[in-house]
Design a protein around this ligand. Structure first.
Ligand code: ADP
Length: 246
């Protein structure tokens, strides 16, 4: 007689089932709404120009939501596939962050957020993927704006090189600090799970897919780094990315 522990296999099957059911649900909600409004346009609202243009706007927003979700799913798939391939390019973090700040300008200036970026005087060169590190900064910065609220300061601080216990070697830290409502302690360990949201309604309202931090976590893993989230309710949150230097 042989005994085989299949716990891990069962867990990964369950994870896959949950994922498929989550994705289906996330896509089904906007799709149902689009189909409903299409029907209204073809029937009850056929001759109501004002209602038709309102419905078309809602349908556009819902279609954009589906498109964001599909884009994030594709990104997640790509970063998961590449996770075990260590990056070899040498990239300067300061220029990556500056470029991301420039690209994100329309997002934070629309909500009147005030952004500061402090960094060491010399270039900070790490082994990494430029596109992926830019994605990390974009996702954290967009979250700080989305959940930090309008008219608030968002700080980006790059510090190091120094020895960080969390890395067990010399590295740098990138902190993205907001002045939002903060996150209750019990949610923090789960934020990087796919589709985990503290407040689903709020996330949808600000155009979230629930995948941003999951993508961030996989990219940081690929770079042999660490993510630490600290938050004080009512004061704000700090998302810290630790990256090793060779
Ligand atoms: P989403 O697309 O919903 O923003 P994320 O994976 O980026 O998905 O984030 C997951 C959840 O973590 C968000 O829905 C939100 O509840 C919470 N969160 C992320 N960043 C912040 C932040 N800076 N302040 C407060 N809550 C945050």
């Amino acid at each position: 007689m042989t005994l085989e522990d299949q716990t891990q296999l069962e867990q990964s099957k369950q994870l896959r089932r949950d994922f498929v059911s989550n994705v289906s649900h996330e896509l089904k909600t906007p799709l149902t709404s689009i189909l409903g409004f299409l029907e209204s346009i073809q029937t009850v609202a056929r001759n109501d120009e004002e209602a038709k243009s309102r419905f078309l706007q809602i349908m556009t927003d819902e279609a954009k939501r589906m498109s964001r979700l599909v884009n994030d799913l594709l990104s997640l798939n790509r970063v998961e596939n590449e996770e075990s391939i260590t990056p070899t390019d040498e990239v300067d973090l300061i220029s990556i962050i500056n470029e991301t700040i420039e690209n994100t300008e329309p997002v934070y200036s629309k909500s009147n957020n005030f952004l500061t970026f402090s960094h060491p005087n010399q270039p900070i060169v790490v082994k990494g993927s430029r596109d992926q590190l830019q994605q990390v900064v974009t996702n954290l910065l967009e979250n700080a704006v989305k959940y930090g609220g309008p008219n608030k300061e968002v700080k980006i601080e790059l510090t190091g090189p120094a020895h960080f216990a969390v890395l067990g070697r010399v590295g740098v830290t990138l902190d993205v600090i907001d002045q939002g409502k903060g996150i209750a302690r019990e949610h923090i360990p789960r934020l990087t799970e796919r589709f985990y949201r503290v407040d689903s309604h709020r996330s949808r309202e600000v155009g979230g897919t629930g995948l941003g931090l999951s993508i961030v976590k996989h990219i940081i893993n690929r770079h042999d780094g660490r993510l630490r989230i600290k938050s004080v309710e009512g004061e704000g949150s700090t998302f810290s990315v630790f990256l090793p230097l060779d």
